[in-house]
Design a protein around this ligand. Structure first.
Ligand SMILES: C[S@@+](CC[C@H](N)C(=O)[O-])C[C@H]1O[C@@H](n2cnc3c(N)ncnc32)[C@H](O)[C@@H]1O
Length: 223
């Protein structure tokens, strides 16, 4: 049942925009299957700390994009499913799973529909996980949380980690450009989601992930 509070037309526009952005983003990430086959993992230390030991647990990763973090969860021994509205993201995730030999199930769906259908099927998970860049696309956060609660096992956990909304107030030059409060009106960008990975240089590309982490820990040790 579609809830009137959901901005389904915007979800559809987001799907199309994420299809393009995902293609662009993955074009900068090198041989991702090789990265995973060699034991690479994209989860940040704070995410691992929040998740704890997930070996043997059932985990669903909401708004999983192209599945890199989903496969990383599977590498930690969880039985994982990923959900995303973008066709490009899910198709890439399925291929990455096959090519890397790391098993996960992927669903292409609007997260609101998937949560409702899953609750109706009486399926429940130990952990629902959602990470960086997911919350800002949610058009009704109360309904999202309610539907998440409905698919958790008794004692199950919703683990969410995301950017503080204050970060969305600034443009690329860190000038304050957008208001903090949007008065419940969605923010929109005429050009859609940009290729922010290209703009980030090495910061967000997988192929450099381990090098960057090693460099960071070297700096921390020498300070
Ligand atoms: C910044 S990405 C999240 C990246 C993620 N943290 C990861 O592990 O790679 C945001 C994702 O939200 C998805 N998304 C946006 N609205 C959605 C919706 N209504 N239902 C499902 N996925 C949605 C987009 O397709 C996109 O892949």
């Amino acid at each position: 049942m579609t809830n009137a509070s959901l901005k389904k037309q915007l979800h559809e526009e987001n799907r199309l925009s994420w299809n393009e952005a995902t293609k662009a983003h993955n074009s900068h990430k090198g041989d991702q299957a090789k990265f995973f086959r060699e034991g690479g993992n994209t989860l940040f230390p704070e995410e691992k700390e929040l998740l704890g030991d997930i070996a043997g647990l059932s985990v669903v990763h909401l708004q999983c994009n192209a599945g890199q973090d989903t496969l990383s969860l599977a590498q930690h021994g969880a039985v994982v499913a990923g959900v995303d509205i973008s066709d490009e993201a899910i198709s890439f995730a399925q291929q990455l799973s096959e090519k890397s030999g790391i098993f996960a199930t992927f669903y292409r769906a609007d997260v609101f529909d998937w949560l409702e259908e899953t609750a109706n099927k009486n399926e429940h998970f130990d952990i629902v996980f959602s990470s960086y860049g997911a919350v800002c696309w949610i058009s009704d956060i109360n309904l999202w949380a309610k539907r998440i609660a409905a698919i958790l096992k008794p004692g199950g956990r919703f683990v969410v980690i995301d950017f503080h909304p204050v970060a969305s107030m600034f443009d690329e030059d860190w000038s304050r450009k957008f208001p903090y409060f949007s008065n419940s009106k969605p923010l929109s960008w005429e050009d859609g989601i940009s290729d922010y990975l290209a703009a980030s240089g090495r910061g967000l590309t997988l192929s450099d992930f381990d090098t960057l982490r090693a460099e960071a820990s070297e700096i921390l040790q020498t300070e």
